[in-house]
Design a protein around this ligand. Sequence first.
Ligand SMILES: Nc1ncnc2c1ncn2[C@@H]1O[C@H](COP(=O)(O)OP(=O)(O)OP(=O)(O)O)[C@@H](O)[C@H]1O
Ligand SMILES: Nc1nc2c(ncn2[C@@H]2O[C@H](COP(=O)(O)O)[C@@H](O)[C@H]2O)c(=O)[nH]1
Length: 191
Amino acid sequence: MGRIIVLYGPSASGKSEIQRQLTGPGFPRIITATTRPPRTHEISGVHYLFLDKESFREKMSRGELIEWTEYNGEWYGTLRSSIEEAIAGPDDANIILDLAGVLALKERYKEHVAAIYIGADLPSLARRLAERGGDTAETASRLQKAREQELTEAYMQPADAVIWNSDGADFGDTLKRVREAIASFDGRGTQ
Ligand SMILES: Nc1ncnc2c1ncn2[C@@H]1O[C@H](COP(=O)(O)OP(=O)(O)OP(=O)(O)O)[C@@H](O)[C@H]1O
Ligand SMILES: Nc1nc2c(ncn2[C@@H]2O[C@H](COP(=O)(O)O)[C@@H](O)[C@H]2O)c(=O)[nH]1
């Protein structure tokens, strides 16, 4: 049975880049659904399942989502089938969620789930979000959420490992620490 490794943390802490480097044969990525518009490089079915609000609501009402959350006025949700297939399969899998998603998966799938908090300090987040460009109100809202919620001890508390990836950290070293954390979860959650 596969374990689900969840990456969570503030916007621009490096979760997607870490996921991109770790994903491969034997460690697939689980995609979630969102009503947010795709960024320029994002492809539906690869980075997210991009849905309009009506289709998202239909999935909710049919019970196809095991959890969902609102972030910045958009909806994000985890497909029940994606998690149940991953757990039934032979391989571990990875997924990016927020704290609400971590708590929902841990409550429902208990020992199958381990969460890694990926953090970065506020100046790093601000620099990376500015470099990403786009809507300044959205950037401000992401930074406010980081400052008020996602960088607090309470937000990190459910994590099985906490890994910092601020500017100045060597990204190769960050990846090494994430791999070591995943290896340290062995023996937990593979019943
Ligand atoms: N250690 C690092 N030093 C400098 N830049 C980094 C580092 N790690 C990641 N980055 C860069 O920070 C930016 C944000 O990373 P990424 O998109 O992976 O963040 P994220 O946590 O997935 O954000 P979001 O939740 O908003 O999608 C990217 O341009 C990435 O290359
Ligand atoms: N609870 C859930 N959170 C999710 C899901 N998919 C993504 N996320 C989190 O949303 C924010 C914003 O994502 P972004 O791609 O717009 O930066 C981020 O914290 C994600 O981790 C989900 O299905 N459920």
